[in-house]
Write a protein that binds this ligand. Structure first.
Ligand SMILES: N[C@@H](CCC(=O)N[C@@H](CSS)C(=O)NCC(=O)O)C(=O)O
Length: 312
């Protein structure tokens, strides 16, 4: 935790202001939410919390006291969520590695088959116990790495939505949670790019992994694989862009070199999603994008989570 950043934690109606000051952990006594927020803002300069608070948004659920207590900078131990954003430079796909630094339990989101060597090496280098390899949806532009990872990492399970009808060890649906140590990813069904698209929300850290539902300043196409522009607009507005504005948004792709956005940024600057529903549908029907080059190979392979006979 940086010395200038204040973190507000709310647990069982007790509110604490916590900050690593390079000295260790500071924790205030019990106080009301209002005074804790004020004290946090007065004492520590955290633009994110200050602006969220000034907009009247909830800034209270930012981790648990237990986890924060492990954030001591004195111990020299790794602190907070372990998080890596990894790029497949051929398909511009982002893979995300999330782990609890204490239990070492890890989750991979959207691994790509061509990058499995890198991902498995990283998991080993960091001494992680990879439990879950999750697909946000049946990808059309690359083959998922989940099947190959399962073969190489004992005990790792593949996940995809039940609605996708694809094969996997675990099928997830709206409202399910993927737990890793004290963290949990909430599964939100966000159809429209495909019927089975899921977005994964790590509420405690203010992060949302949107798959292809929302891309930075864009969104997933809706011209194949049960694509439906109206459905996408509704999913995105009810499930993703309704999250607090300061939530960081991590997509499955970016074609312009960007890495992340926020809900607030997309509400203001997304050229497609800031329009009315009817305008959005019209835009999506007129994108005229070429089909992804690997679609004929990727779709059948991804229906079995990438475990397929490469000679076929
Ligand atoms: N050129 C790429 C495919 C690019 C593409 O179609 N991307 C999809 C997500 S992967 S199915 C998309 O939804 N794009 C939206 C957009 O506005 O670009 C290839 O040949 O693989």
């Amino acid at each position: 935790m940086s010395g200038t950043r204040g973190v507000l934690v709310s647990l069982q109606r007790c509110v604490f202001v916590i900050s690593g000051q390079g000295q260790g952990l500071f924790r205030s006594k019990r106080m009301s939410t209002e005074s804790a927020v004020k004290r946090c803002l007065r004492t520590y300069s955290s633009a994110m919390y200050r602006s969220a608070y000034s907009r009247g948004e909830s800034v209270s659920v930012l981790g648990s006291v237990n986890r924060a207590a492990k954030m001591s900078t004195v111990s020299g131990k790794e602190t907070g969520l372990l998080f890596r954003q990894l790029l497949d430079y051929k398909s511009y796909t982002y893979t995300y590695l999330l782990a609890d630094p204490v239990s070492r339990i890890a989750v991979l989101i959207d691994p790509v088959i061509d990058m499995v060597d890198r991902d498995v090496a990283l998991v080993r280098d960091l001494g992680l116990d990879l439990k879950y390899a999750v697909n946000t949806h049946v990808h059309a532009d690359h083959i998922t790495g989940t099947g190959e990872i399962k073969k190489r990492v004992a005990g790792c399970k593949s996940l995809i939505s039940k609605v996708s009808t694809a094969k996997a060890d675990v099928h997830i649906s709206e409202g399910d949670v993927i737990k890793f140590g004290p963290y949990q990813l909430d599964c939100y069904s966000t159809p429209g790019h495909t019927d089975g698209c899921m977005s994964l929300v790590l509420r405690s850290e203010g992060l949302v992994f949107t798959g292809d539902a929302v891309l930075i300043r864009g969104c997933g196409r809706t011209d194949f694989q049960q694509g439906d522009a109206g459905k996408l607009y509704d999913s995105v507005h009810t499930k993703i862009l309704s999250l607090p504005r300061f939530f960081k948004l991590y997509p499955a792709h970016d074609y312009t070199g960007q890495t992340s956005s926020t809900v607030g940024e997309e509400l203001q600057h997304n050229q497609r999603l800031t329009r009315t529903r009817d305008e959005f549908i019209k835009i999506m029907h007129n994108l005229n994008l070429p089909y992804p080059k690997q679609i004929d190979k990727a779709l059948p392979a991804n229906m079995v989570c990438g475990v397929f006979d490469a000679s076929q």
